[in-house]
Design a protein around this ligand. Structure first.
Ligand code: MN
Length: 130
């Protein structure tokens, strides 16, 4: 089963995502970027196949978090999808420009679309690797 790391500060949203995709993926959650970086920096951690990253996080936001990920050769290849309530056209371009492979608008209501988006990003990233 593919492993997904969810970085989301809102408890209701964490529970919702786990309920929606928990049967399809092995989901691990972190409540903020610092916790997620500590987990990923641990050499014992089995790196996730994809990350779902809330943009509005306390402290380091999702954009800054992804910058750190993309700057680290060990973590740079992990695909990431932005989770955001702000899905205006400019925002979408900003997320992709920040290194995200895709974005998903909150509130999350369509479980099949989320699962499909995750699988598509994992597959397209996999094809791009040497
Ligand atoms: Mn948030």
């Amino acid at each position: 089963m593919k492993k997904i790391l969810l970085v989301e500060d809102n408890e209701d949203n964490r529970e919702l995502v786990c309920a929606l995709i928990g049967d399809a993926f092995d989901v691990e959650s972190c409540t903020d970027a610092v916790e997620a970086l500590a987990l990923l920096d641990n050499p014992q951690t089995h790196l996730p196949d994809l990350m779902l990253v809330d943009i509005s996080l306390p402290g380091m936001d999702g954009i800054q978090f992804l910058f750190r990920i993309r700057s680290d050769p060990r973590l740079a290849g992990i695909p990431a999808i932005a989770l955001t309530a702000h899905a205006m056209k400019d925002d979408k371009e900003r997320f992709i420009g920040s290194g995200f492979d895709g974005y998903f608008s909150k509130p999350i209501v369509d479980e099949m679309l989320l699962i499909e988006t995750i699988n598509t990003v994992i597959e397209s990233r996999g094809r791009g690797r040497e």
